[in-house]
Design a protein around this ligand. Structure first.
Ligand code: NMX
Ligand code: MLT
Length: 412
């Protein structure tokens, strides 16, 4: 851990000095105007925050520290025999700002393994909830129970100098990331597999072990998890989960409290819960039309019906993006390689052909193209992870990487 922490601090000190200098020189410079509709419509398009870890361009999509998703798929270290990036590598990149070596990534895997112990009272707290509770509710309750472990809150209470905040926020963030897969898998097995829990495998990487603890041993599914955990990790600072984590963190709430706030936002249907909504929407359509593979004409009619009922077409639209989300494309590429004949995947692709012109035709939807959530559920269903209520928890485990790396930067 020492090496990564030292590298992070060295980088953060340089950036902090640069920012101080920039503010001294240009602090009074105006960078934009604000219109009344921006104020009333959720601060759209106002440059109002800095996020170190990633940058979202409306046309091109996300870049993590300057790298696109295809570039990350090429440049980040992979599991033995695998082709998808290990999210440990993305975390290193977001935190330190440089591409990691294989050794850096293996180091991070073993640090997270070492820190992954979840105290029993967290499982007891989950068990106190009805099994029927939504997995995101169970997830947030578990994170709050784990907050008892926060080093930051203990050390702050004992008296902590401002210059040491970053150090303990860093440790809390690492602990939390290490423990989330165990908590999420516990909730999964509790809710859907009769509480038949699976012990962690200390030899696996973070995503591989997560897949294992949920009960998915296939190498292809583990590869999907590595891709999934990488592409969902960060989407600049304006989205609800990142913004909420940042906002609550600005009160010096510890990483557990801050991340729980972000997860409450991710649980909303217009944000992370949309992945569950997409699959629900596709299955309702299949049920209504009595077919596993609706035709493009039928899909078109169903999109129009959804709009006429005053509902959103889940998985389409975005507050910033104005083109197809590259995270959708990355998942479509994975599906082309591994499961092009799956009827749910084919339906997702048919919706992609049919929905955008209809959405555009309304004249008010600013982005008629698919976002990340339009594709993820179809892949999970293909590999047998059929319980769509759980999908947002997967998103949440991944999002921890981006928002907690950012929280470390905030404190440093
Ligand atoms: N289906 C129907 N109507 C839509 C859609 C859609 N997919 N997207 C936007 N609109 C409507 C929107 O409700 C608004 O209507 P009104 O004026 O009646 O309030 C109008 O179009 C203008 O909205 P936009 O400015 O285009 O979108 P906004 O930035 O406000 O919202 C989303 C962005 C993502 C919340 C919106 O596109 C949406 O609700 N999409 C469906 C839900 C979804 O897929 N969310 C996941 C986003 C990604 N993520 O993981 O967080
Ligand atoms: C995200 O990944 O957070 C979503 O695409 C929402 C957003 O960026 O606004």
């Amino acid at each position: 851990m020492g090496v990564i922490k030292d590298r992070f601090k060295a980088k953060a000190d340089i950036v902090a000095a640069e920012v101080k200098e920039i503010l001294k020189e240009h602090g009074k410079k105006k960078i934009g105007e604000v219109t009344l509709s921006q104020v009333y419509q959720g601060m759209r398009g106002i440059t109002g925050l800095v996020t170190e870890t990633s940058l979202l361009d409306a046309q091109e999509g996300i870049r993590f520290r300057g790298y696109t998703i295809p570039e990350l798929q090429q440049k980040l270290p992979k599991a033995a025999g695998g082709t998808e990036p290990l999210p440990e590598g993305l975390f290193y990149l977001m935190l330190v700002g440089d591409l990691p070596t294989e050794e850096n990534v293996h180091h991070l895997t073993s640090v997270w393994q070492r820190r992954s112990h979840v105290p029993n009272y967290v499982f007891d707290t989950i068990e106190a909830l009805p099994v029927s509770a939504h997995p995101m509710t169970q997830f947030v309750v578990a994170i709050m129970a784990l907050q008892i472990e926060s080093q930051f809150s203990k050390k702050y209470a004992a008296g902590l100098s401002k210059k040491d905040y970053w150090n303990v926020v860093f440790d809390d963030s690492m602990d939390l990331i290490s423990r989330l897969p165990r908590i999420a898998a516990y909730i999964y097995r509790r809710k859907y597999k009769n509480g038949d829990h699976i012990q962690p495998n200390g030899l696996l990487d973070w995503s591989g072990n997560f897949a294992h603890m949920m009960g998915y041993e296939g190498e292809e599914f583990k590869e999907l998890m590595r891709l999934y955990m990488t592409i969902h990790a960060d989407h600049e600072g304006g989205n609800v989960s990142a913004h909420a984590t940042h906002l609550v963190g600005s009160a010096l709430s510890d990483p557990y409290l801050s991340f729980a706030a972000g997860m409450n936002g991710l649980a909303g249907p217009l944000h992370g819960l949309a992945n569950q909504e997409v699959i629900k929407w596709i299955f309702e359509m299949r049920e209504e039309l009595k077919t596993d593979l609706p035709s493009k004409e039928q899909i078109g009619e169903y999109v129009k019906k959804t709009l006429a009922e005053g509902k959103v077409v889940p998985g389409y639209g975005h507050a910033v993006l104005r083109k197809t989300d590259p995270r959708f494309t990355a998942q479509a590429e994975f599906a082309k390689k591994h499961c092009p004949d799956d009827p749910i995947v084919q339906t997702v692709w048919n919706v992609y052909e049919v929905a955008p012109p209809i959405l555009e035709g309304t004249g008010k939807i600013k982005n008629p193209w698919p976002n990340v959530d339009a594709h993820s559920g179809s892949l999970l269903k293909h590999y047998g992870l059929i319980e769509e209520d759980f999908y947002t928890v997967l998103f949440g485990v991944s999002r921890a990487l981006g928002v907690l790396a950012s929280l470390c930067w905030d404190r440093a």
